[in-house]
Design a binder for this molecule. Structure first.
Ligand SMILES: NC(=O)c1ccc[n+]([C@@H]2O[C@H](COP(=O)([O-])OP(=O)(O)OC[C@H]3O[C@@H](n4cnc5c(N)ncnc54)[C@H](O)[C@@H]3O)[C@@H](O)[C@H]2O)c1
Ligand SMILES: N[C@@H](CC=O)C(=O)O
Length: 483
């Protein structure tokens, strides 16, 4: 066990107490295949205990004076910043991403707590002019118990992005983190404990995803389910929640187009593409997955792109010189390899990479070469399937109408990007892309201040920004008649 794991609590956290269980699950380091530690696995009763604890704590948390609630959130932000190095190391060990990416993620989580603490002060209601001598008021109130289910690709960021607005708005929470990366979640819960949150306000359960998911969706106490993960699981949870009519936010899969127009600054486009595609080794819902390059600049673009991809150093995320870490599991490598085989069988050209790394330092981890595929087209699986790995598929186009049609030809609608200079082209592209987010000459589209979320089968609801906290409140109308 590495030092950073030594004192980490690995139990469930229910009603302000760490709860150990008989049943345990290994947590694996994807860079080495080593077992890092084992974590507790909840049974049905413990999941129900967590829901009940959040239910009992709701009136207390909701009734807290706003200034006091705000202080709790700022305290968490302080603790995240103070403990950023430790949390980053835990994240890299369980998830694989380079340490500097992990640290940025923890710091972004602190920012999320600060933003939402301050945003809770601005949950203004409304005074509506009444047509009589009544008073028409709209008040925003917390919903109640919020259940949150999060994925492994951002083991800390996807949690802070949900818990910060939920708590800031006055709700209590039960979290189920991904079974692949529960340690970052546990480390955050240690900080809640240090911040002395009232018992039951924050609870964490780990265990069978299906059973915990079912307990959340069946519960009449859980008033809101916020989920980030794959589209098929999101749809299943949506269906399961019908009987209890939950308010939901679904942040699901993506398959982002990245358009390089003929007038683009190619150096900027390559830089942006490398940053966005190889962040977390392509295991990002907003990663560029289909690279549309105008025929007129295709050769010049490839000349710049290929050396930039080949210069990336793949390695254990704990090593300072690693740009790209391992993939999360063996089956993630299999899926990428299958997409590459399918594409090359159907006529794509493998320009660089394409293979699993298995020798020396790579022997026991899940490492894959950064890969570029040229001559990709719609007959190939990679055109339609979410990639979630280090593969750049290049597709060419001649007109903006043609590229917009191809870019929108997907069930997903999360992030999209374009590099262009002509203002009419920019206007045409940004207005016609059917996506929740569009980055023009920029790939940084995920900030505390701006709305994050998708359309189509990428889900609904928005995280971050002033819209994010509104997902965790209900609008109550009060009509007062003066007698
Ligand atoms: N839109 C976004 O903001 C966003 C952000 C990050 C990741 N994602 C998406 O997440 C996916 C990758 O994450 P993943 O592999 O962890 O996704 P996943 O859907 O397999 O799992 C997500 C979470 O759901 C849980 N889960 C799995 N089966 C369940 C069930 N039957 N009932 C209840 N919970 C269940 C998992 O344990 C995990 O906690 C990708 O599709 C990616 O695009 C989306
Ligand atoms: N956490 C990512 C999105 C999901 O994979 C981001 O905020 O950019």
């Amino acid at each position: 066990m590495t030092n950073v794991m030594n004192n980490l609590n690995t139990g469930l956290y229910i009603n302000g107490k760490w709860v150990d269980t008989e049943d345990k699950k290994d947590v694996i380091n994807p860079a080495t295949g080593d077992v890092l530690t084992q974590v507790a696995q909840a049974n049905e009763t413990q999941t129900e205990d967590a829901i009940q604890a959040a239910h009992a704590a709701f009136p207390i948390w909701k009734a807290l004076e706003l200034k006091d609630r705000v202080q709790y959130l700022h305290k968490v932000a302080d603790l995240l910043e103070e403990n950023a190095d430790r949390l980053a190391e835990i994240m890299t060990l369980e998830q694989g991403k380079p340490l500097k990416e992990s640290k940025l993620e923890v710091i972004a989580g602190a920012e999320s707590f600060r933003w939402n603490a301050e945003e809770s002060r601005r949950l203004y209601g409304e005074l509506i002019p009444a047509p009589n001598n009544h008073k028409y008021e709209v008040i925003y109130e917390p919903i109640g118990v919020v259940a949150a289910i999060t994925p492994w690709n951002f083991p800390s960021g996807m949690i802070t992005r949900k818990l910060a607005p939920a708590l800031a708005a006055g709700n209590t929470v039960v979290l189920k983190p991904s079974s692949d990366t529960p340690l970052s979640a546990l480390a955050i819960f240690e900080l809640f404990e240090q911040a002395e949150f009232p018992e039951g306000v924050v609870n964490i359960v780990m265990g069978s995803s299906k059973e915990i998911g079912q307990a959340f969706t069946d519960s009449n106490i859980v008033k809101k389910l916020t989920f980030t993960g794959s589209t098929p699981i999101g749809k299943a949870l949506y269906e399961q929640s019908a009987q209890t009519l939950k308010k939901m936010s679904l942040e699901l899969g993506g398959h982002a187009p990245f358009i390089v127009n003929k007038d683009a600054d190619l150096d900027a486009a390559v830089k942006g593409l490398i940053a966005a595609k190889f962040r977390n080794n392509g295991q990002v819902c907003i990663a560029p997955n289909r690279i549309f390059v105008h025929n007129a600049i295709k050769d010049a673009f490839m000349k710049k792109l290929i050396p930039a991809v080949e210069a990336l150093k793949v390695g254990n995320g704990m090593n300072e010189d690693s740009n790209v870490g391992p993939l999360i599991r063996e089956d993630a490598i299999d899926k990428i390899k299958q997409q590459i085989i399918d594409a090359t069988d159907k006529g794509a050209t493998l320009v660089t990479g394409g293979h699993r790394l298995t020798e020396g330092e790579y022997a026991k981890g899940f490492f894959m070469q950064p890969t570029v595929l040229d001559n990709v087209n719609k007959t190939m699986d990679i055109f339609y399937e979410e990639t979630f790995g280090p593969v750049i598929p290049v597709i060419t186009f001649d007109t903006l109408e043609e590229v917009i049609e191809m870019a929108n030809d997907t069930e997903y609608g999360l992030a999209s990007y374009a590099y262009a200079n002509d203002s009419s082209a920019i206007q045409y592209i940004s207005r016609n892309l059917e996506y929740g987010m569009v980055g023009i000459n920029e790939v940084a589209i995920s900030n505390a201040e701006t709305p994050f979320g998708g359309v189509k089968h990428s889900g609904f609801g928005r995280e971050n920004s002033h819209l994010g906290i509104k997902e965790y409140v209900t609008a109550k109308f009060v009509n007062t008649k003066y007698l």
